[in-house]
Design a protein around this ligand. Structure first.
Ligand SMILES: C[S@@+](CC[C@H](N)C(=O)[O-])C[C@H]1O[C@@H](n2cnc3c(N)ncnc32)[C@H](O)[C@@H]1O
Length: 358
């Protein structure tokens, strides 16, 4: 029988077994049977509470996240609800990461879902969108109280509610002249689909989110946990094109993770119309060359990507993996979907992968 103390140790210790997702449900049943009544109620409650019974898939996603957390450490979700964010895939990705990492480099950090959760002595997060990186730097350097009270004061000052589009536009104008990083955070929290979009002159121009995007309780909780974690770990932020990040000082106990824009999908950060360069064949080749260089230096890397998506295939990537002989792990977008082969039969589905050289 697992008592309370053991249960806490199990939840927090930095160890995880090989999570075999095909049998997660068996594992779950065994786990639930092995804990006492009170803990069982707590577990079931924590799994169901954030899904509110919406869909079976979100319930399975949530259970898988919880399973991972019990054996690893509490996962923190980026407060930015970042498009293309890897939060839900972390339980499938992190088990493939090396166990002992000195410096973890996230070249395409985006919402920082990966860098904030990885276990390593030092974390370096890079993204080309400097305005995004400025937010993270401020969250790191401010006290939590300073950041949260600034955010609350701006929401109050501009009367931001799910209906007040004028207030949103006023703050957007203000941000586009002053570029105060936390004003951008407030704007994102009230923007259409929480998207971050700039025009070619770097004017933030995402439309108002109305009822669909608000600074809600979940976002507040994510922000709270995110800032705490930023303060707990040794993390630094840079804002460069990935080609300009200096990787020359890395050693064999360091690790580079890449989650670039996907060549065959479209996000607002890779369509080339948002004030930042898009993502095309040349970028793809440059990144693959960079990874080959790391491999030649015996440095470990992992690359997230899709091999196919809605009928398109990334032939550059497929050929590269085949020629180089790197390892490809097929991930499940929805854990309830049965197997990779089943996914492949659906021409609208994606084959989301993690490619590693170790
Ligand atoms: C898929 S998102 C990363 C999401 C992130 N892993 C997460 O979980 O939140 C890809 C990121 O690459 C960034 N990016 C695009 N082109 C880049 C470049 N040339 N150099 C560095 N970052 C770039 C985009 O701004 C975007 O934030």
């Amino acid at each position: 029988m697992i008592n309370n103390t053991n249960f806490e140790i199990m939840r927090t210790k930095h160890y995880f077994p090989n999570v075999v997702f095909e049998v997660w449900s068996n594992f779950f049943v065994k786990f639930v049977r092995s804990i006492d009544e009170i803990q069982r109620k707590k577990c079931i409650f924590s799994m169901f509470s954030s899904t509110s019974g919406r869909t079976t898939n979100s319930l399975f996603d949530n259970m898988t996240l919880k399973l991972f957390e019990w054996n690893h450490r509490e996962l923190v979700k980026s407060p930015l609800n970042y498009m293309g964010g890897k939060f839900k895939l972390l339980p499938q990705i992190i088990p493939y990461f090396p166990k002992d990492i000195n410096t973890f480099v996230d070249l395409f950090a985006g919402g920082c879902n990966v860098g904030i959760n990885v276990i390593s002595r030092k974390v370096i997060c890079n993204d080309i969108i400097n305005y995004l990186i400025d937010i993270f730097k401020l969250f790191k350097n401010n006290t939590k109280e300073e950041s949260i009270s600034y955010i609350n004061s701006r929401i109050y000052e501009y009367g931001l509610t799910p209906k007040n589009e004028d207030g949103f536009k006023l703050l957007r104008n203000e941000y586009n002249t002053s570029h105060r990083p936390l004003d951008l955070f407030v704007l994102i929290a009230h923007s259409f689909n929480y998207q971050i979009r700039f025009n070619s002159k770097h004017i933030y121009n995402t439309p108002f989110g109305k009822e669909n995007s608000t600074y809600n309780d979940v976002m507040k909780m994510n922000l709270d946990q995110f800032i705490d974690r930023l303060h707990e770990i040794d993390i630094t932020f840079t804002s460069n094109d990935f080609r300009d990040v200096d990787l020359s000082g890395l050693n064999t106990d360091d690790f580079v993770y890449c989650d670039p824009p996907y060549l065959i999908t479209t996000g607002s950060y890779n369509d080339g119309k948002r004030g930042f360069k898009g993502w095309g064949d040349n970028d793809e080749y440059d990144l693959l060359n960079l990874l080959d260089n790391l491999n030649e230096r015996n440095l470990r890397f992992a690359l997230s990507n899709v091999l196919c998506h809605k009928g398109k295939t990334n032939d550059i990537l497929i050929e590269w993996v085949n020629v180089r002989g790197y390892n490809t792990y097929h991930l499940k977008k929805n854990y309830s979907a049965s197997s990779y082969q089943t996914i492949n039969r659906n021409k609208n589905a994606s084959d989301e992968v993690l490619i590693t050289n170790y």
